[in-house]
Design a protein around this ligand. Structure first.
Ligand code: SAM
Length: 231
C-alpha cells in the first residue's frame, strides 16, 4: 500500500550544504530561514492564528538523503559513526520514507511565509506539514534517552582578526546574525568524529552566500580563518 504526499512549502535556509548543520534544531538559535508556502497554503487563511504560537513542529523530507532501499540499521554520527543502531532508535536522515521533524522558533508570520529560527534544515527542504508546538503535551519532564542524553559538548571557537572583520561585514550586508551563526554551528564541532585533524587541515562550509574556512589549531579548539563570498 502506498500513499502520496506533497509539500506545503519549501525552506529558504542559511544552510546551503549538509556539512556543519547542527544535528538537531535549537542548537543554533541564529540559524534562520523562511518557510515559503505553496498554493493553496500561501493564502493568509492557512496561517491564521499561528501568530499566537511561539514554536512549530515541521515535518519535512530529507530530500538530499532519500534512498530506494530501506535501512534497518544506521550508524549515527553522534556515536562516532562506528556503532550501528536500529533505525527507529535514531534520528538518522537515512530512514523509511525520509521524514524528518524539527521544532523551530516562529519569529514572524505573513501570508505565504513563516520566518523561522533555530533550524537544522538544508536550503530547499520540502515541508510536508506544520503543527503548533503544544507545551502541555509536548514537554515530558520524565522523558529519558540514554543514547542521546544531552546536547553535544561544545568546543571553543576563536577567530583570526581578519576573519571576524569579514564576518561582521557580511553580517551587515545580509542583515543576519552571521557571527553568532558561525560560532554556534562550529562550536558543535561539525567534523566527523572519526577524523583526527592535523592543525594544517582546513575545513569549510557555506552559510548564506559566504564560504567559511576553519582549522583545529589544537584538539578541542576551532579557529576561523576566512569568511568570503561564495563562488
Ligand atoms: N531534527 C530532525 C529530525 O530529528 O528528524 C533532523 C535530524 S538530522 C540528524 C539533522 C541533519 O539532517 C542535519 O545535520 C543535516 O545534515 C541533515 N539535513 C537537514 N535537512 C536535510 C535535507 N533536506 N536532506 C538531507 N539531509 C538534511
Amino acid at each position: 500500500m502506498s500513499y502520496q504526499v506533497s509539500p506545503v512549502g519549501f525552506v529558504r535556509s542559511c544552510f546551503k550544504e549538509k556539512f556543519a548543520i547542527p544535528r538537531q534544531p535549537q542548537l543554533a538559535p541564529a540559524a534562520r530561514g523562511v518557510l515559503e508556502l505553496v498554493a493553496p497554503f500561501d493564502q493568509g487563511e492557512a496561517v491564521q492564528g499561528l501568530e499566537q504560537v511561539s514554536h512549530v513542529w515541521l515535518l519535512f523530507l530529507f530530500h538530499q538523503a532519500l534512498e530506494d532501499k530501506p535501512r534497518l540499521k544506521v550508524r549515527p554520527p553522534r556515536l562516532g559513526g562506528n556503532t550501528s543502531m536500529g533505525v527507529f532508535a535514531t534520528r538518522a536522515t537515512h530512514r523509511p520514507n525520509g521524514i524528518g521533524q524539527s521544532v523551530v522558533k516562529l519569529d514572524k508570520v505573513e501570508p505565504g511565509r513563516l520566518w523561522i529560527s533555530g533550524i537544522d534544515l538544508l536550503d530547499g527542504t520540502p515541508v510536508l506539514d506544520i503543527k503548533p508546538y503544544v507545551p502541555y503535551a509536548d514537554i515530558i519532564d520524565s522523558a529519558t534517552n540514554s543514547i542521546a542524553s544531552s546536547a553535544p559538548q561544545l568546543i571553543a571557537v576563536q577567530w583570526l582578526k581578519t576573519a571576524l572583520q569579514q564576518a561582521q561585514g557580511h553580517a551587515q550586508r545580509l542583515d543576519e546574525p552571521l557571527v553568532e551563526l558561525i560560532e554556534q554551528c562550529l562550536a558543535q564541532d561539525p567534523r566527523p568524529a572519526y577524523q583526527v585533524p592535523t592543525s594544517e587541515r582546513e575545513y569549510g562550509a557555506q552559510f548564506w552566500d559566504v564560504d567559511v574556512r576553519w582549522h583545529y589549531p589544537e584538539p578541542g579548539m576551532i579557529c576561523v580563518l576566512e569568511v568570503v563570498c561564495a563562488n
